[in-house]
Design a protein. Sequence first.
Lengths: 349, 462
Amino acid sequence: MAGTQSKSSGGRAKSATKARGAMKNAPAIAEFSKEEELNAYREMLFIRRFEEKAGQLYGMGLIGGFCHLYIGQEAVVVGMEMAKEQGDQMITSYRDHAHMLACGMDPKGVMAELTGRSGGLSKGKGGSMHMFSKEKEFYGGHGIVGAQVALGTGLAFANRYKENGKVSMAFFGDGAANQGQIYESFNMAKLWNLPVIYVIENNKYGMGTSIERASSTTDLSQRGASFGIPGVQVDGMDVRAVKAATDYAMDWCRTGNGPYILEMITYRYRGHSMSDPAKYRSKDEVQKMRSEHDPIEQVRARLLEKEWASEDELKALDKEVRAVVAASAEFATNDPEPDASELYTDILL
Amino acid sequence: MAVEILMPALSPTMEEGKLSKWVKKEGDTVSAGDVIAEIETDKATMEVEAVDEGILGKILVAEGTEEVKVNSPIAVLLEEGDDASAADTVASAAPVAAAAPAPVAEPAPAATPAAPAAPVVSVAPADPEIPAGTKMVSMTVREALRDAMAEEMRRNENVFLMGEEVAQYQGAYKISQGLLDEFGEKRVIDTPITEHGFTGLAVGAAMAGLNPIVEFMTFNFAMQAIDHIINSAAKTLYMSGGQMGAPMVFRGANGAAARVGAQHSQDYAAWYASIPGLKVVQPYTAADAKGLLKAAIRDPNPVVFLENEILYGQHFDVPDVEDLVLPIGKAKVVREGTDATMVSWSIGMTYALQAVDELAKQGVSVELIDLRTIRPLDMDTVLASVRKTGRLVTVEEAFPICSVSAEIAYQVQSEAFDWLDAPILRVTGKDVPMPYAANLEKLALPNAKEVIDAVKAVTYTA
């Protein structure tokens, strides 16, 4: 495609001149307006409270099987949601509750799916890892590590086929970044210049294995280099950095330059799944991230400092968020299990 | 309002654990996410985090206590402004409060309700009537498949073909001959040699509303992609509660060709046929190949369409009608007979037909059924015939263990036991990787004599 050649170096330079700490080539952060800060704060808080509640319901035995919480990583999906246009698609792995909440899927339906009830978004037949929404352009919710990347590349293929100008966002973790099909996807995405943003949520651990123990090179933003796909590292704990990088990547994809890689440097506070005692890292490491880099606290501090919100107003916001989460939990606890007749529905059309 | 903190479960199987340590003490202020205690099971030690903020009003279970039941109250959290006595009130009411969520959370009682019966699969409609006097055109299976794709691509612009060598090379087996010229590179797409990746990509495109035809040069290579065929394409409709699926076709050469060795000679019908959420078609004639591929492309479900390289060049009569679409899930009685039923499909039909003709000369009348579709299996047609003849022989090239014929034999003994006058016999490929040497390869595959012997055995005419 015309222009690709000249732009692929621009991905690093143009709006990426301001070096940011350890982050490689990240575009400059644009300050948020008051509305953006408040929106980001509310959305991230909502995800955190929702996930805490999910953890609690899991502890009570109301949620079964696997349950992978997003706590700590909130800025990634919220910043990306703020940068996306209507019709842009998201697809991710099994750590998916936050993506669904961010793109506006009904929290009651999400929580009821976690508890396996008839009002769940998949009628109780998918569970924590498998929910979808055509209306909100969310394509799951996939349990096989790396599979969503090829599928997300296919969403981008469909965008190009239909010439609809939309961009697909395929999320995966640092662990998945070593899967072979990621590179098969990279190759085709660049070969055909498909509009897809590969979002690597690098939370430093693939289950219990640190990135250093699993990856021969740890700068995952450069994993597209041999395919000609530019990529940057982004401070995934700063929602503004995520939004700025996504704005850049969206523009890159939408103007026909093909795929782009965003490596979001982030951190999950909880274990890989609920039954993970997290012995592979120190408590100090977790505590340090929480106290120094928490994505929600960063926004909260700015809101207070700029006097865009008072303590009382933030408290009221928290209460409001808690009420929505509580209502979701209430619904998910009392909604009936799916009717036995559902066993044999939705297998074929 | 004061709230109880309950003993959490670390996993769905945990019933009790040891409360090993209190990190916070009574009177401490806690925020959501603070670690308040540590619990231990035989597998792990985990931290209990506060979900709500407040003041730790009362500890109900002392540290070091073993065998603390999941969901039993371990402490009371007071909200700002609560009186300390609220802790006692909640604590005394604890058993009731704790029991409240339990009924829904508990696993099903010992008497698990019986699963509802599987719904009766609606019988596929019969083949459309071909008007008398319709001109028949002699055509290879290869041409029939190409015409089917071309006709459906003209009909629906969301249908596209992707695979290795399908475009400029005109198909490794020339199935896509001429399609690039007619439909252009947007809809006839050469892929890199990356089955896993391009199959996943195609499934994603199907989820977004397109109707891909994925050509595997042979199904042997589809093993690289089988995760996407099964986990991504077949299961999504169910996992999404009916919201989203993959309306697409996976097609290509399947089974043994000639002298290509073990890795290129396997029939995968039984693998795919065991998966709910897939349809599996395995035609023999050119007419069936054309009519069923057109049906597969129009089908809203993922369809695995298994072709056979040896059959590609064989000629068959195909009715010259405008739009030949045949029903998926309907077997065809190819020869009527009275002494025994023979069920076969795909290339197995070549051995079956030779045997039936030879047996007819010897006075044995065999009813021959071409299954055409492996999933859903048209057992109605098979059972009706078995109830008439009392005997059954199956013929396929696949490995014998857990094969399609094993499933047919199971269903026949289950549904028509009283009609059987002899054990069901089957002729299959041998239980060995396909050898290369010409003589050994011949031994590994079925032949007409084995089929004749099987019919003679079940009719006690040997």
